[in-house]
Ligand binder design. Structure first.
Ligand code: EPU
Length: 423
């Protein structure tokens, strides 16, 4: 892995651009790769993961697995993970604090070793992010938890399958439960499970390892526990949020592009909304192609669990609405605090009024470049694409947030004709 790129915190400079033309290829999905890496803890031996994005979060998950005793090597986008028979089942504060997704090691560690010590994840820029559903579901399978000095100590004398009803279709809780239940005794039913494509990818991976999971991608998942699993090779699904980022850039700058490897069937609602805004997006043999008019029309957006409009698409929609024709009302139903980037978009002239979990976005013909700050991955991406419609220069600092989730956003947008570079 190229550490020079990963430690990259050089601000990104964007100028008004468009129309965009050409073709880009999306990487593997961050939010799948991280969970597949955690799932490797379920069996000793050598795993191969292909199409893994070379991003900071993957590097941190590697560090976490290495801390436990695994050895990992990278060859471009292929990751080889060797998991020994015995591990130190611990996720320390220094690593969990950097990346909340580390919590998904809890399920596999409990399932395989009956014990885990994991730092309690803190809040983040989205606000309060509890893990109560993860813990309650695992308790229902027979795990016990104590918390002291900032760590969760988990133990179990053997997990037993049962019906777990989730209060909300949490992605992380569904993943932790899946990875715990595969080695539990008897049958587990996860009711009100998350249905994201990344859940199906994880279930496919686990089934290939020897697990017995059916129903992944639907609301009720059934897992028949098995005694042991074995290492496998697997190719990570494409990143739908990265693909959505190029579509948002196109919506703002206009033009016609192809996105290789993107899965239109993973992005139905996004594509429908873009259609309402005036874009055309259709599948091709290898991905999808899209065209955008000179100016988008405003629509209302409401985030929901999959297959609804993903909360991770929302900053991109807010950026598009900032320059669309009309007024759009955006409602956030997943992470109450996820509007912080609106103040940064306002710095480049966007007219956004936030009230609780709603935002009213009045589209303007163009924005006005200024220095802004990325607070998280998707907020950073939204500032980048909004900058394509801003007169003058938009300089995005704290760009390290962007490299947590995008292997080469600057290079890819630049190859489509966007005026973007590291400043
Ligand atoms: N929630 C609880 N209790 C829990 C778990 C979740 O109240 O025990 C709440 C959360 O606070 C939130 C809602 O349930 O309000 C949904 O959270 P979920 O568990 O579904 O999200 P997550 O697993 O923490 C993943 C992605 C996020 C993405 C969300 C929603 C990863 C690593 N992260 O988070 O992606 O926004 O699902 O789709 O998979 C990103 O990639 O930038 C990102 C933030």
């Amino acid at each position: 892995m190229n550490n020079e790129t990963l430690s990259e915190n050089t601000p990104i400079l964007v100028e008004k651009s468009g129309p965009l033309h050409g073709s880009v290829t999306v990487s593997g999905a961050k939010n799948s790769a991280l969970k597949l890496m955690a799932a490797c803890l379920l069996a000793p031996g050598t795993f191969t993961l292909r199409n893994v994005p070379m991003i900071a979060d993957v590097k941190w998950m590697s560090e976490l697995l290495e801390h436990m005793g695994a050895s990992i090597s990278f060859n471009e986008n292929e990751l080889t993970i060797n998991v020994p028979e015995t591990l130190t089942p611990e996720a320390p504060y220094e690593l969990v604090e950097r990346m909340r997704a580390s919590i998904v090691v809890l399920g596999p560690l409990l399932a395989r070793f009956g014990t885990a010590r994991v730092s309690v994840p803190g809040g983040d820029d989205f606000g309060h992010r509890p893990i109560d559903m993860h813990l309650r579901g695992l308790e229902e399978l027979g795990a016990e938890f104590t918390t002291s000095h900032g760590y969760i100590q988990a133990t179990s004398t053997g997990l037993t399958g049962t019906r777990v009803l989730l209060e909300f279709p949490s992605v992380g809780a569904t993943e932790n439960l899946l990875m715990a239940a595969v080695l539990a005794e008897g049958t587990t039913i996860i009711d009100n499970a998350a249905r994201e494509p990344e859940i199906s990818d994880l279930a496919d991976f686990l089934n290939r390892m020897g697990a017995q999971i059916s129903g992944a991608g639907r609301s009720i998942i059934t897992i028949d526990g098995v005694n042991e699993l074995h290492p496998v090779e697997h190719t990570v699904i494409p990143d739908r949020i990265e693909a959505a980022t190029y579509l948002a850039a196109l919506g703002i700058a206009g033009g016609e592009i192809e996105i290789e490897q993107a899965r239109a069937d993973h992005m139905d609602m996004m594509i429908r909304k873009l259609g309402e805004m005036g874009m055309s997006v259709s599948p091709t043999v290898n991905g999808l192609k899209a065209a955008a008019p000179e100016r988008l029309k405003s629509v209302d957006i409401s985030t929901l669990p999959y297959p609804g409009v993903a909360t991770d698409y929302k900053p991109l929609f807010v950026a598009m609405l900032s320059v669309a024709d009309g007024v759009g009302i955006v409602t956030e139903n997943i992470f109450a605090g996820r509007f912080r980037y609106a103040d940064e978009l306002a710095r480049i002239g966007a007219d956004i009024r936030v009230e609780g979990h709603h935002a009213v976005v009045r589209g303007l013909p163009s924005l006005s470049g200024a220095p802004v700050r990325a607070h998280d991955i998707r907020a950073g991406a939204a500032l980048v694409v909004a900058g394509l419609a801003a007169e003058g220069e938009t300089r995005i600092s704290d760009a390290h947030h962007i490299s947590r989730g995008y292997q080469d956003l600057v290079g890819n947008l630049s190859s489509l004709g966007a005026k973007i570079s590291y400043s």
